[in-house]
Design a protein around this ligand. Sequence first.
Ligand code: DAH
Length: 352
Amino acid sequence: MTGPTSQSIDELVQTALGELEGIDNPESLDRWRVAYLGRRGSLTQVLRGIAQLDVEKRREAGALGNQAKRTLEERLEQRLQQVNQTQQEQAFIRDQLDVTLPGRPSPIGRLHPTTQILREICDAFGAMGFSVVEGPEVEWDHYNFEMLNIPKGHPARDMWNTLWVDYQDPSNSRSMLMRTHTSPMQARVMESSQPPIRVIVPGKCYRYEATDATHEWHFYQVEGLAVDDGITFADLKGTLYEFARRLFGEERRVRFRCDYFPFVEPGVDMSIDCFACKGEGKGCRICRDSGWIEIMGAGMVHPKVLAGVGYDPEKYTGFAFGLGPERIAMLKYGIDDIRLFYSNDLRFLRQF
Ligand code: DAH
């Protein structure tokens, strides 16, 4: 009968231990265990073979075999601990939080140029005693036109290209629209309060407009209204002059020319002398050679508008004005296309 010799047991142990050294993960360790110590493992087979040896050899081989089994089991246990520890260390290094790394800066936004200008405008009028109110962007035809002395069928309606909303109030057949200007708030404010009134109304407006460098289908306006006993055209001029100086510099001059808006009488457009060419005019791109830049429409509130909200036009007078903040921003910052404001191009927006 041939059976394991001490030499073959020794060789097996050497091979097994040699393999064990090279193993670095628990899965392979388990495979190694099955291969040598499992029920059909090589060492297990060898131990079984011992039974077939002669009594003499059996004792010696049995002792050797048991010793071999213990050695493999012990070394497996050691190796398992080593492998686990190395894996833990590696995981620790991998997942470690390095508190010395500089943080990633989170991107900080900034105010939109329109918002910046709106704030400047509100600050300037706020300093002169005007308070800020806001109104609906979807408006009744009644406030957008009728109350502003622009009845249905009046040719002045053509001054505003209107986006109509497909809805009519069944109780009074009023139509709805996207407000074409902030002026409807004149009537709303007067209806809900009594003089003295001093308000400005910043807000979004909409028009059915083919867009180009100076036209957008949505844009902002700032409306202004002052109504009291004894307000005159001199108050209008003084207030708007002060506004122009605050926004465009102390040395600004202003010019008023007649203009027509149905809700004021007289109506004017106001210009400032060009801050780029100091009013020289010639060859100036900003004012297109004229030396003057129109910045808003204004006028004395029409008696019909006052009467419409139940004010006595004999007792109260007032002035109103409307200006476009994008236009003011374009002038101040030298922007040549109004469409840039709302095209969401960060390269444009980051400049402000
Ligand atoms: N609402 C006018 C427009 O959109 C601007 C305007 C002109 C407003 C004269 C006023 C004003 O209050 O008095 O064209």
